[in-house]
Design a protein around this ligand. Structure first.
Ligand code: KIV
Length: 266
């Protein structure tokens, strides 16, 4: 059992203290992130891009995820480990249950699924069986081909209304947490207020209950040479990686990150 549990995250939301989440893919970084005060380690399928060098997350397999979860578990010092179900690993109920079992047995404490209202069914299925689920809304990178690129979502009023409704429906279905990616700051603030569960943002402004960044991005590392607008380089001015991670946690807690310039307008 980790020191940080769902109740911890709920209490942080209620008290207004921001939650610091960071992606993490191995034991050493898990230890460093925990020592810096990161509460949630996200073993994201972004590993397909930042570790494996693919141009999307689609090639990542459940076996890849399980390998990295097991490594993170070995270095973890009390954080909650959140793990992505990769592309098509939750296409059917049977796959959802079997793949979740693999990842939970490898060390996950919560799983993350990308989608919209249709996630209500898998969320109910998993929650009934004791698996907490984080629903990832907004820019869902596994759907990059359908979305036509990595674009801000929810800018049109109809889209925004749908996202608000989806967030409430998924909370109702039993989601334990929401993650909003590349969503206008105002919409993310409304959703965070409307639901009781913690809402984590990336490119979603400063009003969500917590923040997440991809580890390599916040260390100023980029394979493509392109840095998204919502990223801040926390290595700048620091003398090492542990100090950069501690600076990130401090900035999230003190609400100096994200600044207005890291967010999107409607
Ligand atoms: O896979 C990942 O790292 C993610 C973050 C971008 C939130 O889902």
């Amino acid at each position: 059992m980790p020191d940080v549990t769902l109740s911890t995250l709920q209490s942080l939301k209620q008290s207004g203290e921001k939650i610091a989440m960071l992606t993490c893919y191995d034991a050493t970084f898990a230890q460093v992130a925990c020592q810096a005060g990161v509460e949630v380690l996200l073993v994201g399928d972004s590993l397909g891009m930042v570790l494996q060098g693919h141009d999307s997350t689609l090639p990542v397999s459940v076996a890849d995820m399980a390998y990295h979860v097991a490594a993170v578990k070995r270095g973890n010092q009390g954080a909650l480990i959140l793990v992505d179900l990769p592309f098509m690993a939750y296409a059917t109920h049977e796959q959802t249950l079997a793949n979740c079992a693999t990842l939970m047995q490898a060390g996950a404490h919560m799983v993350k699924l990308e989608g919209a209202a249709w996630l209500a069914e898998p969320i109910r299925l998993l929650a009934e069986r004791g698996v907490p689920v984080c629903a990832h809304l907004g820019l869902t990178p596994q759907a990059v081909n359908l979305l036509g690129g990595y674009k801000v979502q929810g800018r049109q009023e109809a889209q925004a209304r749908q996202m608000r409704a989806d967030a409430m429906a998924l909370e109702q279905a039993g989601a334990a947490m929401l993650l909003l990616e590349c969503v206008p700051s105002e919409l993310a603030a409304e959703i965070s207020q409307a639901v009781r569960i913690p809402v984590i943002g990336i490119g979603a402004g400063g009003a969500t209950d917590g923040q997440v960044l991809v580890l390599h991005d916040m260390l100023g590392l980029s394979l493509s040479g392109r840095t998204p607008k919502f990223v801040k380089d926390f290595m700048a001015g620091q003398d090492g990686i542990p100090a950069a991670l501690a600076a990130y946690v401090r900035a999230v807690k003190e609400r100096s990150f994200p600044a207005a310039e890291h967010g999107f307008s409607a």
